[in-house]
Unconditional design. Structure first.
Length: 507
């Protein structure tokens, strides 16, 4: 792929080569709310491609014009990239096309192939194609296999490329993840496959590597000699909304821990890569996942807590319990909250616990990483209460970094108070914000897989959580603790840290 210069004013990076993006599931919520607005955002920042086309593919019959109007209305009302300029949208929408078909029907892919050839020739896109699977996971195998049968998985000429983005969840357990990996790799090469996790497109997540490896003051402290423990929280105030039926088959462990939270864990703990490229970074992340101590029955009982939200109140609003949500079994034992103690058995992190926590209907929406350092030997200040130093990376909703440390309060007495230095991305680099989806789309279009997951890493993450799922599945009569909506989870989660002499750091 030719190296291209970054255009002035782009917040995403270099302009991608001309291409066509084929969006499967184009009539769905994810496509309308995130993916297409992200492409629009890239186009406005000259980071989508000098020439491009976007072809929607879904079961619903509609014309190109109706597709443009449908996604346009959705983007203007529910887009997460900010206000959309109608004139600029019309210019962008002229690049949108649509073809209807069944995901498992060979004739539909023959028609798609014909349409792509026509669009490629008209727009001179060079044969470059990106397939984006924004569909229910159950049809991933059909789409991948049909792309292979239609001859669409390989470049049409020596100078073109074909890539595929696959949304999570990538499997629902280790066996299904391995099976899906095999199906995908029977059709595509690993270097063509981009397993997307939008959390990794956040600026603060990416800046974690810069913070550690680009600053001499942090890396020497980033180990068991100086770090007491690490906490990673991914909390939501929302419930399952209209996704009760889906959530009943998933749960918080599958939905969040196996993907987002373990990805963040590997980035916090990762060793310095030989270079900042996809292969080197993914290799080091995989080593961390493989170094996490496996869970057995005893460890699950002591180091993993699940919970389910019951009716409660948040900001004066009464909220229903999980079992009262539409599509949820009245006796459901599905977990909406998980906290767990993770131990990484390598030289850097031996003996340093990582506490992971995620849940729905919690007290605050926040995703953050908190590194708590060991206390200094308080020989001089032994009679005074001094809080430990903390480094906090706020990933959402307000991206930034804060450092807390002790300082003398004004006055003649030696009184020590805790102070915090805050860095805000918005204040530090202006009001411009980036869409995580747009960031990752641009990376994929440029062939940069650094922030995407690899097949072996997906399987390693499933290997970690599967023993927990097995224990829960076997304990059919075990009680799932409740926690009132609007709180920070069940008391058992607090007790897990209290046994270690620690407590949760709530955002």
């Amino acid at each position: 792929m030719a190296e291209e210069e970054k255009r002035p004013g782009s917040i995403y990076g270099a302009t991608a080569e001309s291409c066509v993006v084929i969006l499967f599931g184009a009539s769905g919520d994810l496509a309308k709310r995130k993916v297409i607005p992200a492409m629009y955002d890239l186009a406005q920042h000259d980071s989508l491609g000098e020439r491009y086309a976007i072809v929607g593919f879904a079961r619903t019959p509609m014309s190109d014009e109706k597709f443009r109007g449908t996604v346009g209305e959705a983007a203007k009302t529910i887009s997460e990239v900010g206000p959309i300029d109608p004139a600029k949208w019309d210019e962008f929408a002229s690049n949108l096309y649509y073809t209807a078909g069944e995901y498992g029907d060979q004739n539909s892919y023959a028609q798609l192939a014909k349409r792509l050839t026509e669009i490629d020739g008209e727009r001179k896109l060079g044969g470059n194609r990106l397939f984006y699977l924004s569909t229910p996971p159950g049809v991933y195998p059909d789409i991948v296999e049909q792309l292979g049968r239609a001859g669409l998985a390989r470049p049409s000429n020596p100078n073109s490329w074909v890539r595929i983005i696959i949304e999570k969840p990538f499997g629902r357990d280790l066996a299904s993840a391995k099976e899906l990996n095999q199906i995908v790799l029977n059709v595509f090469e690993e270097k063509q496959v981009y397993r997307i996790d939008h959390y990794l497109g956040k600026d603060t997540v990416q800046n974690l590597l810069v913070l550690r490896f680009g600053n001499g003051i942090f890396e020497p402290l980033w180990n068991r000699n100086y770090v007491d423990h690490v906490q990673i929280t991914a909390s939501e105030t929302l419930g399952v909304e209209r996704r009760g039926g889906f959530y009943e088959t998933a749960g918080a462990l599958r939905d969040m821990i196996q993907s987002h939270v373990l990805q963040l864990t590997s980035l916090v703990a990762v060793e310095p890569p030989a270079s900042f490229d996809a292969t080197a970074v993914c290799n080091e992340k995989l080593k961390i996942l493989q170094s996490i101590r496996p869970y057995n029955l005893e460890m699950v009982a002591q180091s993993v807590v699940r919970g389910q939200y019951s009716p409660g109140v948040l900001n004066g609003t009464k909220l229903p319990g999980y079992r009262e949500e539409p599509g949820v079994n009245a006796n459901s034992r599905t977990e909406t909250f998980v906290s767990m103690r993770v131990l990484i058995d390598n030289w850097r992190w031996a003996g340093v616990p990582f506490y992971l926590r995620t849940g729905k209907r919690l007290a605050k929406r926040s995703t953050e990483i908190m590194i708590q350092f060991r206390c200094a030997p308080h020989i001089v200040f032994r009679e005074r209460q001094i809080e430990p130093n903390r480094l906090v990376l706020n990933i959402q909703p307000d991206e930034g970094i804060s450092v807390s440390f002790g300082a003398k309060r004004p006055g003649t007495e030696m009184r020590i108070g805790n102070v915090t230095m805050n860095f805000s991305y918005r204040e530090g680099f202006g009001g411009t914000s980036r869409s995580a989806y747009a960031t990752l789309l641009n990376d994929c279009l440029r062939g940069d897989a650094t922030l995407f997951d690899r097949g072996d890493s997906v399987e390693a993450a499933w290997s970690l959580v599967e023993p927990i799922l097995d224990v829960w599945s076997a304990a059919k009569t075990a009680t799932v603790p409740f926690y009132p909506a609007g709180t920070w989870g069940p008391k058992e989660s607090d007790q897990m840290l209290e046994r270690d002499g620690r407590q949760w750091y709530n955002p």
